[in-house]
Design a protein around this ligand. Sequence first.
Ligand SMILES: [Zn+2]
Length: 257
Amino acid sequence: MKRITYLLLIILFFGVMPISSASNEWNDLKSRHFIIYYKNAPREFIKTVEQSAEDYYFDIVDELGFTRDQIWTWDERVKIYIYDNQQDYLTLARQASWSAGSTMLGSKVIRTFPSAHGFFDSLLPHELGHIIFRDYVGFESNIPLWFDEGVAMYQEKAKRWGANQEVKSAIQDKSFCSLSDLRLTRKSSQSDVNLFYAESASVVYYLISEFGSFKFLNFCRNLKKGLSFNRALKKSYYRFENVNDLNKTWVGYLKNE
Ligand SMILES: [Zn+2]
């Protein structure tokens, strides 16, 4: 009986050993603002990631107006880890099964895999939006999550216009949630989550498109100085006393759009 158990253990052990000779070491490709780590992904793909990431970097800092701020220096490169596939990513990066890519607030690390849905159009600009915005404003101010997400969503150009339509429908069917109550919790349903992101994208788009990137930069500067969100809003946009005021004007704008 004991011998059979040993035999079974040996079969089980060798049965799960990987047969492939694929490399398990991280290779890297360094560019001006990024270090891309990868194992077996094709070099051509990695080069495309590098080029896109550099292009997005310049687009994002330019659109948010950060290039005009001489004081800001970008001193540490973003690390992008490209796992071989979804399984590798989920296991090694310890992510939830629905996740296609991630960055932790405060870190300059993006983790993803080549076949991730919307990798070039959505995921890369979104995660870079988070990193560049926080690299600029820092963590002094108490910024609501919807604003962080709105800035990141703003970088996913295809989603900017759809968001307004979604928020308008929510206003009509009274499922709209005002900015001061807008948050994500474990209990948020899928439709709550969708509305959260649509409202976040729509209000940031409204701020930049209606009042220009110079005011937006000024707002970010005030956040960087550590002013509270409401104080920074009033100091940069004058017409908004606080978030409730912004909410009211934005909703009025959407109703007349
Ligand atoms: Zn995000």
